[in-house]
Design a protein around this ligand. Structure first.
Ligand code: HSE
Length: 403
């Protein structure tokens, strides 16, 4: 018998309890033994809950109970969750989490602590919700040198962009709709400003490239500046605007990682990834390109990944090696300064002025006004080179074109 404690009975925590209870027999078969939910830590009351006898309010009860083998941390954030995770690992308990903020900021320290204590710290659910990506990247693709990872890592922003592209909604209206549907938080900044995608690309980069990459080392731009004019100009040349997280391994071993909107061609499978779905493309030197697609958020998809980690720990109790990577540092990361690409530029100037400056293909959209033009550059340019060319042209929008 393996005993589990869940920290935080929110959307994901309650999903984990439901999946554990609802699939008890099949999980027991796969885990080679019964997995029992012993505690749920939450300060709130849940009268009438089928898990009523499990609730506790003091973490010390879980920490000091030698029967607790696995702690599932679904509190979120990096304050209380960090304290409880450290204490659980220090007490010799395995920890499974969906908390991307904690893994992205403290993953190195926590995996080290897990190794010292001979336990596991697993976080399949921290990237891509229910999509298997952490284990495939660290195990199934282990034979490869990973060259690049990029993808749609945030469901909320993908939903907003899809509604702008397909429904013609403004950013503000699409955001309101996402909030009404329960996808976006009341404070949507972590999603729309790209921080959630940033944390996820940091985790993927650490696993793929072997050093910790901190969120504050990753230039991050969200979708708050995207307008319907940009969506329409992109549509005119068969492209869609998608928020991508991207991490590229450079020849010198450093990593170029960033989050930004991109124009993605309709031939690229990412352009067909809509609504709250996520997709992650990995390029390995032996396998070539491989893509992972599915529900990147939500109660049961995320619980699916958490419970899979619980089963993995239970089945390999005391034997499973902790995942780990090297510490981060300034020398691990290079900025995007040297990353050349074609660019979409919308500027408050006459079309001929923009064409003369950039020499690119002029774009058209319905109802475009006088004194506004957009183009995609002919040349592949670094951002510094582009900025030199568009200085004084009143740029209104500048978006990287994906390869
Ligand atoms: N807010 C996140 C998203 C949830 O929209 O993708 C999953 O991390």
């Amino acid at each position: 018998m393996v005993n589990v404690a869940i920290l935080g009975f929110g959307v994901v925590g309650s999903g984990v309890a439901e999946v554990l209870a609802g699939h008890e027999d099949s999980i027991a078969r796969k885990a080679d033994g019964l997995i029992q939910l012993k505690y749920i830590l939450d300060v709130r009351e849940f009268p009438g809950s089928p898990f009523a006898e499990c609730f506790v309010k003091d973490f010390a009860v879980i920490e000091q109970d030698p029967e607790v083998d696995i702690v599932v941390e679904t509190i979120g954030g990096a304050d209380m969750a960090l304290d409880f995770t450290r204490r659980a690992l220090a007490a010799g308990k395995n920890v499974v989490t969906s908390n991307k903020e904690l893994v992205a900021t403290h993953g190195y320290e926590l995996t080290q602590l897990a190794m010292e204590k001979g336990v596991c710290y697993l976080f399949e659910a921290s990237v891509g919700g229910g999509i298997p990506i952490i284990r495939p990247l660290s195990q199934c693709l282990a034979a490869n040198e990973i060259l690049e990872i990029y993808g749609i890592l945030n469901g909320t922003t993908n939903y907003i962009l899809t509604r702008m592209i397909r429904g013609g909604l403004s950013f503000e209206t699409a955001l309101k709709e996402a909030q009404d549907n329960g996808y976006a938080e009341r404070d949507p900044s972590a999603d729309v400003e790209g921080h959630d995608a940033c944390r996820k690309i940091c985790i993927l980069a650490a696993i793929a490239f072997g050093r910790h990459i901190y969120p504050d080392q990753v230039p991050t731009e969200g979708i708050t500046g995207i307008t319907l004019a940009d969506v329409d100009y992109a549509d005119g040349v068969g492209k869609k605007i998608k928020l991508l997280g991207r991490a590229i391994r450079r020849k010198d071993g450093t990593v170029c990682a960033y989050v930004a909107p991109h124009l993605v061609d309709s031939n690229d499978p990412l352009s067909g990834v809509e609504d709250v779905f996520n997709a992650i493309s990995v390029q390995g030197d032996a396998i070539g390109d491989v893509m992972f697609y599915g529900r990147g958020a939500g109660k049961l998809p995320t619980a699916s990944a958490v419970v899979a980690d619980v089963i993995d720990v239970a089945k390999n109790m005391g034997h499973r090696k902790a995942m780990c990577w090297e510490p981060g540092g300034k020398d691990a990361v290079r900025g995007t300064d040297q990353l050349a690409s074609h660019w979409y530029v919308r500027a408050g100037v006459a079309a001929e002025t923009l064409r003369a400056a950039l020499g690119g293909k002029l774009l058209a959209r319905r109802g475009s006004g006088e004194g506004e033009a957009a183009c995609i550059t002919n040349e592949s340019l670094t951002r510094v080179e582009l900025d030199e060319k568009i200085a004084g042209l009143n740029p209104l929008s500048v978006i990287r074109v994906l390869n």
